[in-house]
Design a protein around this ligand. Sequence first.
Ligand SMILES: Nc1ncnc2c1ncn2[C@@H]1O[C@H](COP(=O)(O)OP(=O)(O)OP(=O)(O)O)[C@@H](O)[C@H]1O
Ligand SMILES: [Mg+2]
Length: 265
Amino acid sequence: MLRCQRLTVNYASATKPALCEIDFEMGPGEVVGILGESGCGKSTLALSILGLLPATARVEGSILFHDQDLLHLSESRLQTIRGAQISLIHQEPGLSLSPVMRVGEQISEVLRAHRPVKRTLREQECKSMLCEVQLGDIDRIYNAYPHQLSGGELHRVAIAQARICRPELVICDEPTSSLDVTIQAEILNLLRELKRKFGMAMIFITHNPALLAGFADRVLVIYEGRIVEEGRVSQVFRRPLHSYTNELLQLVTPEEGRVAFHHEN
Ligand SMILES: Nc1ncnc2c1ncn2[C@@H]1O[C@H](COP(=O)(O)OP(=O)(O)OP(=O)(O)O)[C@@H](O)[C@H]1O
Ligand SMILES: [Mg+2]
């Protein structure tokens, strides 16, 4: 489904590449974890796939999505893919949603951009999507402004918005980093459920290995823009080959370890 070949990204102002010769591929329904510390290039990878890098970034290599190279598509063609076939859940859903528009309308807008569906039908679809992400009190949520919702609710809204057109691939960029551990576990459970039920493929970006255990099929460990380790999660976490991976694993708190271990069983 997705094949990234020798992807290299240089930001104009930088002295070294943000990403360097990244190679990986993933199939339908697969969950790939991208693990690495702040600044290693995780979001740059997400933005490259979505064609959202700033104009000042120089990109080399290719990103094949069903055999079309995303790096060579026109902006109008990319717009038909973004949100419909590949979508993004941001680091901070509260910030990516507009504060002055009801969340129901914001989900509905994504649908309208990709499919000519009547307003009432769109509302129905959006509400059933809010159910799908396990929100209760659908009418209240649909009509709420972002500031009227809790952090956990906002995350579910962001997932609903990313899922509304039923994309094959959802990129989650640190989707739970701002939540406390319990809510974080709930959101991960929801994503796991969506993967199981709908075969949703995901690229799950995080700096926290605990979030990938029992969830991602494979992990790519990125350090300073390069993949330094890659493999099945259980294998990489049990026997990390790279000292950097080992260091990341040492940072997992006992509480996170408990949650992660719970899901591995
Ligand atoms: N628009 C930009 N212009 C110039 N440099 C950038 C730009 N965006 C990111 N960078 C640089 O590229 C590198 C990779 O950044 P990126 O945002 O991809 O890291 P990240 O792994 O997502 O970090 P975090 O975990 O903090 O979100 C960093 O050194 C960053 O400063
Ligand atoms: Mg980032």
